[in-house]
Structures are given as C-alpha cells and as structure tokens.
Design a binder for this molecule. Structure first.
Ligand SMILES: [Zn+2]
Length: 67
C-alpha cells in the first residue's frame, strides 16, 4: 500500500482532517477546538481516539481499510 508513504495528502490524512473538525464530546458536548484525533494503525484498521479535556471521556472511531 503505497498510500502510507506519499506524505501529507493521503486519503487517511484527509479523513483525519475531517475528524479534526468533529471534536465535540459525546458525553458533555465540549468542543475541543485545539484537539486532534490520535490515530493508530493496527493491521487493516485505523483506530482513532480523542480524550475530552473537559470531562475525560474517550471518543473512539474505527476505520476499516480496504485493499
Ligand atoms: Zn466531555
């Protein structure tokens, strides 16, 4: 999968950018303007995590990669 090495404008980066604009906490409604999703790649999935700085709740999203 060469998309991992093209740098900066991969589909995953675009997806992450979309998530970065969606940082409203599902628990308390706090919008973390300064925050970002932490992405971790595990095999054929990408796990995204965001820790709410207001209430400490962890939001998770999982993206399955298609090859
Ligand atoms: Zn919260």
């Amino acid at each position: 999968m060469s998309v991992w090495h093209t740098g900066g404008t991969t589909p995953l980066d675009r997806l992450k950018s979309r998530y970065d604009r969606d940082l409203r906490c599902g628990e308390c409604g706090y919008v973390d303007e300064e925050g970002e999703w932490q992405a971790r790649t595990t095999g054929d999935r990408v796990d995204y995590r965001h820790l709410c700085p207001s209430c400490g709740a962890v939001e998770r999203r999982t993206l399955k990669l298609r090859r």
